[in-house]
Each structure stands twice: as structure tokens, then as C-alpha cells.
Design a protein around this ligand. Sequence first.
Ligand SMILES: *[C@@H]1O[C@H](CO)[C@@H](O)[C@H](O)[C@H]1NC(C)=O
Ligand SMILES: *[C@@H]1O[C@H](CO)[C@@H](O)[C@H](O)[C@H]1NC(C)=O
Ligand SMILES: *[C@@H]1O[C@H](CO)[C@@H](O)[C@H](O)[C@H]1NC(C)=O
Ligand SMILES: *[C@@H]1O[C@H](CO)[C@@H](O)[C@H](O)[C@H]1NC(C)=O
Ligand SMILES: *[C@@H]1O[C@H](CO)[C@@H](O)[C@H](O)[C@H]1NC(C)=O
Ligand SMILES: *[C@@H]1O[C@H](CO)[C@@H](O)[C@H](O)[C@H]1NC(C)=O
Ligand SMILES: *[C@@H]1O[C@H](CO)[C@@H](O)[C@H](O)[C@H]1NC(C)=O
Ligand SMILES: *[C@@H]1O[C@H](CO)[C@@H](O)[C@H](O)[C@H]1NC(C)=O
Ligand SMILES: *[C@@H]1O[C@H](CO)[C@@H](O)[C@H](O)[C@H]1NC(C)=O
Ligand SMILES: *[C@@H]1O[C@H](CO)[C@@H](O)[C@H](O)[C@H]1NC(C)=O
Length: 442
Amino acid sequence: MSSSQLSKLTILVLFVLSCTCFTSTEAYDALDPTGNITIKWDIISWTPDGYVAVVTMYNFQQYRHIQSPGWSLGWTWAKKEVIWTMLGGQTTEQGDCSKFKGNIPHCCKKTPTVVDLLPGTPYNQQIANCCKGGVLSSWAQDPPNAVSSFQVSVGQAGTSNKTVRVPKNFTLKAPGPGYTCGPAKIVKPSRFFTTDKRRVTQALMTWNVTCTYSQFLAQKTPTCCVSLSSFYNNTIVPCPTCACGCQSNTSLSGGCPHIASVVPNPGKTPIAPLVQCTRHMCPIRVHWHVKINYKQYWRVKITITNFNYNMNYSQWNLVVQHPNFDNLTQIFSFNFKPLTPYGVINDTAMLWGVKFYNDLLMQAGPAGNVQSELLFQKDQATFTFEKGWAFPRRIYFNGDNCVMPPPDSYPWLPNASSRHLTSPLVLLMTFLSAMALLHEFV
Ligand SMILES: *[C@@H]1O[C@H](CO)[C@@H](O)[C@H](O)[C@H]1NC(C)=O
Ligand SMILES: *[C@@H]1O[C@H](CO)[C@@H](O)[C@H](O)[C@H]1NC(C)=O
Ligand SMILES: *[C@@H]1O[C@H](CO)[C@@H](O)[C@H](O)[C@H]1NC(C)=O
Ligand SMILES: *[C@@H]1O[C@H](CO)[C@@H](O)[C@H](O)[C@H]1NC(C)=O
Ligand SMILES: *[C@@H]1O[C@H](CO)[C@@H](O)[C@H](O)[C@H]1NC(C)=O
Ligand SMILES: *[C@@H]1O[C@H](CO)[C@@H](O)[C@H](O)[C@H]1NC(C)=O
Ligand SMILES: *[C@@H]1O[C@H](CO)[C@@H](O)[C@H](O)[C@H]1NC(C)=O
Ligand SMILES: *[C@@H]1O[C@H](CO)[C@@H](O)[C@H](O)[C@H]1NC(C)=O
Ligand SMILES: *[C@@H]1O[C@H](CO)[C@@H](O)[C@H](O)[C@H]1NC(C)=O
Ligand SMILES: *[C@@H]1O[C@H](CO)[C@@H](O)[C@H](O)[C@H]1NC(C)=O
């Protein structure tokens, strides 16, 4: 092994170690360490009995979006506040407003839950960035659509920055569990530019809430797995058996039953995956095929297959970690963005579909797959087909970690078998996947 290889390995090991040190802060994603959804609450005017506020959610996560049926945001009022009216959103329940005569509030609950309005809402009920049915794009994919807003007119509240109380206990659902929100913090008031940028106004008072995601909180079973193949070995390494749970023995009549484990919030969400019967039982499989070897380049084909009969994945994305992403020369029919959470290490890429071409991964069936080819330039010092180097280290689909086959099953170069198990790289990869597992379950 050359010294440059050694130093790269050292960096990699340090990198992995640094990731595992942080696992105690439950919602930490090594590939998007600052990923969060920030909720900004701007008071724009005081009213006789309270205030009017614009609440804006920014999805600062690089690759995790919120799909239909969308987000819901709840909180607990600090005093006896009520919501008189809303624009661009609504509460799911009105609650008990029997104390009011004449003007009836929109919501009297101590713990209101707000959802976005649907597209096509009349203009007089809209505000900017509202009415997308709760769908929030990821920051890397579509920043203008990674923002969502609604306006509330709050009564029985404080009417100055000295008497107003910030709500507590923010809860964000997407729509299932997974997000944890911190306390609201009063921050410097937001500034707003007029459209011609010639005047700046500012909020009377602003507070921020930061919510972070944890796959562990969201669901305990994976939703995605990886299979591998190569031109130099005709073995196709399948997804691990039962990677996303196993077929239940009951009610098997040709098809597969609903898998409770894949449903994040049974009964409450309309997403009820009905997954095609496979050995892995994953809704999504990512196949990585090492296709062609050229003198200075090599080519990989990626195929994402949907096994979920109940789901079209709109705006899907893939995050892939492979050391050669620092020299990706060409990518066909997917969008590409390097993710460099640690600056110097450029081994992670985000891939997603081209709008109106393959940004929709259709439900299970003949059309339920998307494909791309990647052309990498070899770095002669590190490039090798040996010991599984050409295969990805880690893959996420829509932000969820995909289950990899065990490293000792990777397709081998012919005749590499005797040295295979003791090679440092294989040991390192075993270590990496063990760490990834640890990371998942700490
Ligand atoms: C939330 O994300 C933004 C953008 O990446 C970042 O600037 C901010 O520090 C993050 N907040 C927290 C509390 O991590
Ligand atoms: C409240 O507003 C006054 C000015 O009206 C300002 O001096 C003070 O810092 C504000 N306090 C808070 C907590 O924002
Ligand atoms: C926060 O909300 C959760 C669930 O809605 C509830 O169990 C908990 O008691 C609340 N905590 C406070 C301090 O209101
Ligand atoms: C509050 O959130 C807004 C929007 O994300 C951001 O611009 C601002 O810097 C945040 N303030 C603090 C103190 O984090
Ligand atoms: C599944 O069903 C088969 C035959 O119906 C039975 O032999 C087997 O023991 C069952 N397995 C489990 C785990 O229940
Ligand atoms: C997926 O999209 C196709 C075409 O738009 C539609 O026919 C089908 O009903 C959709 N499936 C689901 C589960 O929404
Ligand atoms: C990472 O690699 C990509 C693809 O080769 C390149 O476009 C990008 O500029 C690199 N980024 C950094 C920070 O080196
Ligand atoms: C890409 O590969 C070439 C040839 O090995 C090398 O000179 C160049 O530094 C590499 N680029 C990056 C960003 O690593
Ligand atoms: C192909 O790889 C498999 C491991 O996945 C190995 O068992 C087999 O011997 C390899 N075939 C050849 C021709 O080397
Ligand atoms: C290498 O593979 C070839 C064909 O598979 C076989 O004939 C040969 O004996 C192998 N050599 C070694 C050293 O394993």
C-alpha cells in the first residue's frame, strides 16, 4: 500500500471515528451534520388582544424532503392563547370555543396542530410560500420550494415584547415521527426586503425553533437495500435476505401482506406500503453495476427499483459515498451535487432525477425504476477493482440508510480469493459497516 493510500485510509478512519463520537447526540447525520428544519416565528404586528405572526419553516436538510401528505406542526401555548384567524394553513381541530360569543376563533386548543393548505386554495386565503399540501423540498434539490409559511392571528396573548410568551413543545411530523424540536429561542428580529429591494422592514419580535431528524426515531426497519454486480464476475450479490423485515406467514395468498414495520404511523397516514414479495422485502432496491473498464476511466450503472405498489416517489434522491466521487467526469440523466460536509473529503454525492424526465419514481411495476450511468476518472494511485473498492461505501435513498450486502460477499476479481479476507481494505470496510450499524442503533 502506498503512503498516499495509507494517509487516505487514516483520514477515513478518523472520519468514521469522529462520526461515532457524535452518535450520543441522537439526531446526528454524518453526511449532513448541520441538517435541520428551522421554524421562524415573526411577529409582524400587535393587535388589541395579541399579535399577528408569520411562521416560516426552512428545510435546511441537504437531501431529506417531506413528501405528500406533508408536514404538520404542533405546539403548546404558554398562556390561554387562541387563534382568531389563519392564512396559508389551518389547524386540524378547532377545539372547545364555547366560551366565545359572536366572533368564534379558528382554534381554541391548548395544543393546536397546523397543516398546510392544498394547492388551488383561493388567493384570499394564501400567503407567500404556502399551499403546497405540506410538501417541502430538500435544500440541495430545490431551495425555493424548501420553504413553507402560514400566518396566524393570535388572541388572548401578550401585546408587547415584554408580555408575549413563546409557545412550548414544538412537534413536527412528516407526517410520521422522526423529528425532535428544541425550545423556541428569541433571536434578532428578521428583516424583510420589499420586492424592489429599496426598503427594509423588520419583525417586531422573532423566535426560532430548530428541529432535527433521526432515522432511529422515525422507524426501526430500513426501507432500502443495495445489490451489486460487475463485469468481471458473473455473481450478482443480492440484497441481504429480510433486509427490511420478513414476510409474515399469515394471510399469504400469492401476494405479500402489509408490512407493519414499514408503515411509520399505521392508521394515521395514508401511506401504507404494499411491498412486492421479494427476499429482501424492501420498498426500494439500489443496484450498483461496475460496467466497463477503460484505460483512464471506469463506468458504473445505477438502477433504482421501486417495489412499493402504493407509492410514487416524487423528487426522490440518492446519496452515495465512494472515494472516486472527487473525480466524477460525467453523469447521465441524473442531477449531481457533491456533498462535502467535512470540506476536505469529497467522496459523497447527491443524485436526483431530472425534472419532468425521471424525477418521479413510479410505483412497483414495469415503469417502477430509474437508471443512470456514471463515468469516473481513475486516480492511478488509488484505483483498483480488487477487494470491492469499486463498490459504494454507503447509500441513502430519500435520506434513509440502505442496507448493504456483507463486504465478504462482494464480487471478487478472479483469483483474488486467497488474500481476500485478510486484506486491510476489507477489514476497514467491515469496520465501516459495523460503525454504520452502531450509528443506526446507538
Ligand atoms: C440549521 O441549518 C442551518 C443551515 O445549514 C445552519 O446554518 C444552522 O446552524 C443549523 N442550526 C442548528 C441548530 O444546527
Ligand atoms: C422590546 O422592545 C424594546 C423597544 O421597544 C427593546 O428595547 C427591547 O430590547 C425589546 N425586548 C425584547 C426582549 O425583544
Ligand atoms: C409535549 O408534548 C408531548 C406530546 O404532545 C406531551 O406528552 C408532553 O407532556 C408535552 N410537554 C409539555 C411540557 O407540555
Ligand atoms: C433564525 O432562523 C432564520 C431562518 O432560518 C435565520 O436566518 C436566522 O439566522 C436564525 N437565527 C438564529 C439566531 O439562529
Ligand atoms: C410458515 O408457514 C409454514 C407452512 O405454512 C410453516 O411450516 C412454518 O413453520 C411457518 N413459519 C413461521 C415462522 O411461522
Ligand atoms: C402513480 O402515478 C401514476 C401515473 O401518474 C398513477 O396512475 C398512479 O395511480 C400513481 N400511484 C399512486 C400509488 O399514487
Ligand atoms: C468534488 O468533486 C466534484 C466532482 O469531481 C467537483 O465538481 C467539486 O468541485 C469537488 N468539490 C470540492 C470541494 O473539492
Ligand atoms: C482526478 O484525477 C486526476 C488524474 O488522476 C488527478 O490529477 C486529479 O487531481 C484528480 N482530481 C481530483 C479532484 O482529485
Ligand atoms: C465472484 O465473486 C464471488 C463472491 O461474491 C466468489 O464467490 C466467486 O468465486 C467469484 N467468481 C470468480 C470467477 O472469481
Ligand atoms: C486462476 O483462475 C483460473 C481460471 O479460473 C484457474 O485456472 C487458475 O488455477 C487460478 N489460479 C490461481 C492461482 O488460483
